[in-house]
Design a binder for this molecule. Structure first.
Ligand SMILES: Nc1ncnc2c1ncn2[C@@H]1O[C@H](COP(=O)(O)OP(=O)(O)OP(=O)(O)O)[C@@H](O)[C@H]1O
Length: 307
């Protein structure tokens, strides 16, 4: 890592040392959502003597407000959902003037990159036990403009795929909906270049990903040089998004060696901007409107419960 360009990062804000009051908020529309898993989590937390309140979201965006307005007696927010739901919780938590509660994950969702990255358990009783054991790690975030993100912001082909996924198909066949979108879009050559400005240097590429995370699309390794519990933002760029190049990139992602491909760069960055006429962008797996807002590490560091 180029330490010269890495700024100093603060540590996580202090959280309660003991789990006493848990608020669970679950997204019933997340891929793989099961009431039974939720019930098992609550039952095990009850056995362990923890006060647990449960809410289901009713619409997109609600978790931002719930996380922002949590009672100060809540020491742990458990998000039942995928990366999109966790992203919403994070956006609310960083907005709280007081120190936020610890975050824990009941992994549902289609890809759940955060769960893969942290090797989180999926069994409800183990999650409950980890919430009580309270092994805390820092959760470093990024932001694009004033929008916080959990994992990454990207532009170019992979963002076009996120925009192109059919939500109904995603609910029916999960990750395969992304594969369908990749095949549909890989042969189109009408996408614009991404113009990247990274710490003052400007260049073009076809895919640009500014990431706080190591994983991508589930357990694939985008970069071995960072992770959500490690400070520092990385920029991964890909120069070629023709079908054969994408195939090679997919294989190298699987092997954790993407940066060994020619035309791929992976560097530490402090401040990045993406631009380009009609360039598509995504944040944590959800499409966003194009913005040339600066992408950088978020000044607030949350606390996440790990196994
Ligand atoms: N009750 C709800 N109805 C409709 N949409 C919701 C509701 N609650 C949350 N959402 C939205 O659903 C989006 C996707 O949810 P989530 O990330 O949990 O599941 P997923 O898309 O299956 O998983 P992943 O993000 O890991 O692919 C979230 O970004 C959130 O805005």
């Amino acid at each position: 890592m180029n330490t010269e360009t890495v700024p100093a990062f603060g540590g996580p804000e202090p959280v309660a040392p003991v789990t006493r009051h848990v608020q669970v908020v679950a997204n019933p529309t997340a891929g793989g959502f099961r009431f039974q898993t939720l019930d098992r989590l609550v039952a095990r937390l009850d056995d362990l003597g923890v006060r647990t309140d449960v809410r289901l979201t009713r619409q997109a965006g609600e978790l931002v407000e719930i996380a922002r307005g949590l009672s100060p007696t809540v020491d742990t927010l458990v998000v039942g959902g995928g990366d999109g739901s966790i992203n919403e919780a994070v956006r609310g938590l960083v907005d709280r003037p007081a120190a936020p509660p610890a975050l824990a994950i009941l992994p549902f969702g289609t890809a759940n990159v955060l769960a893969a990255e942290l090797s989180l358990p999926f069994a409800a009783h183990r999650i409950a036990e980890s919430i009580v054991a309270r092994k805390i790690a820092p959760l470093y975030l990024g932001r694009i403009g004033d929008r916080p993100f959990l994992l990454m912001a990207s532009a170019g082909f992979d963002a076009a795929v996120v925009h192109g996924v059919d939500p109904k198909l995603k609910r029916r066949i999960g990750k395969l909906a992304y594969v369908a979108a990749i095949f549909r879009l890989a042969f189109r050559r009408d996408r614009p270049d991404v113009i990247v400005t990274a710490d003052g240097e400007t260049f073009t590429c076809r895919i640009a990903v500014a990431t706080t995370a190591r994983c991508y699309g589930g357990p694939l390794t985008l970069t071995p040089h960072t992770g959500v519990t490690v400070p520092g933002l990385r920029l991964v760029t890909v120069d070629d998004d023709r079908p054969l190049a994408l195939l090679k990139a997919g294989v190298m992602l699987g092997l954790g060696r993407l940066a060994r491909l020619s035309g791929v760069t992976d560097r530490a960055v402090v401040k990045v901007r993406f631009a380009g006429a009609d360039v598509e962008m995504q944040v944590d797996g959800d499409p966003i409107a194009p913005t040339n807002g600066s992408i950088e590490a978020h000044p607030r560091v949350l606390s996440i419960i790990t196994a």
